[in-house]
Design a protein around this ligand. Structure first.
Ligand SMILES: CC(C)(COP(=O)(O)OP(=O)(O)OC[C@H]1O[C@@H](n2cnc3c(N)ncnc32)[C@H](O)[C@@H]1OP(=O)(O)O)[C@@H](O)C(=O)NCCC(=O)NCCS
Length: 233
């Protein structure tokens, strides 16, 4: 498979396929995350206990003890906590920074060295994407759009894309590549660690009781990559 996949900078022929892949994988990831977080919150016995207690207090206050009212208020509480405060900041992370997707060509094909979109193609079909864009620091670029078609995973495509992206970043004399990903994205984090990135920070984005949702920051120091390439031992 590896030798049948080609990696190149995206051109106008690749933009439609790249956009479809990014939207499709991003929607899949969002749905998976939503299901995982629903399981974490609705299946949590501390929250279950808290909401049921509040529901029973309300039943006492309004002078009813029916099981129906208690369970109805319980679901309203839990639903309100989840969709009212816990999930919206997470959903926002999935929706933010979509500026390049309006028109990939206008965003990436500007000749700006701080922007790059790579595509992995198998038989003319776009099966992977990876990009970087500018950051607040002139010598640093931000990695994003790391998406591989589910049918083509665990075949080294993401690693190939990262390898080429790092080479281009070094050739354009950037010093660092930074990225952010969901703390729950075990596969993505494993992939970045395997390709030389290091953990640089973690921030909590959403929380109910002890259930926390974090965003991980990672970075690759290009000077160190160069050094280890020069002195592999
Ligand atoms: C994360 C992702 C890009 C990996 O793509 P890939 O082409 O399958 O990755 P590779 O085959 O190059 O794997 C490189 C390493 O990553 C790790 N890895 C990747 N997928 C993994 C999985 N499902 N389980 C465990 N480790 C995994 C492994 O260490 C792997 O090395 P190995 O195969 O030698 O064990 C892909 O799963 C994906 O598109 N996920 C959804 C989007 C996403 O999470 N993007 C990244 C964060 S923004």
């Amino acid at each position: 498979m590896g030798e049948l996949v080609t990696i190149s900078e995206a051109d106008y022929k690749d933009y439609p396929g790249a956009k479809i892949l990014i939207n499709r994988v991003q929607a899949l990831e969002r749905d998976q995350e939503l299901r995982a977080q629903i399981r974490a919150v609705f299946g949590n016995r501390h929250l279950w206990f808290l909401c049921l207690t509040i529901s029973l207090i309300i039943c006492q206050l309004i002078g009813t003890s029916s099981a129906f009212t208690a369970s109805f208020s319980y679901w309203i509480f839990l639903y309100g906590l989840f969709y009212g405060s816990y999930w919206p900041p997470i959903e926002e992370i999935f929706n933010q920074n979509g500026v390049d997707l309006y028109d990939l060509g206008t965003y990436y094909a500007t000749g700006d060295p701080k922007r790059l979109l790579l595509v992995a193609k198998w038989d003319h079909r776009v099966v992977g994407t990876l990009a970087f864009r500018e950051s607040s620091d002139d010598k640093t670029v931000k990695l994003w759009r790391m998406f591989v078609d589910p049918e083509f995973r665990r075949k080294g495509i993401a690693s190939l894309l990262i390898d080429i992206l790092v080479k281009v970043a070094k050739a354009r004399v950037f010093k660092k590549i930074q990225l952010r990903t969901h703390g729950s994205n075990r596969h993505g984090i494993a992939c970045y660690l395997k390709n030389g990135f290091e953990l640089a920070g973690e921030s909590i984005f959403s929380r109910i009781l002890h259930i926390e949702y974090s965003v991980i920051e990672m970075e690759l120091d290009l000077a160190i990559v160069t050094k280890s390439e020069n002195h592999p031992n």
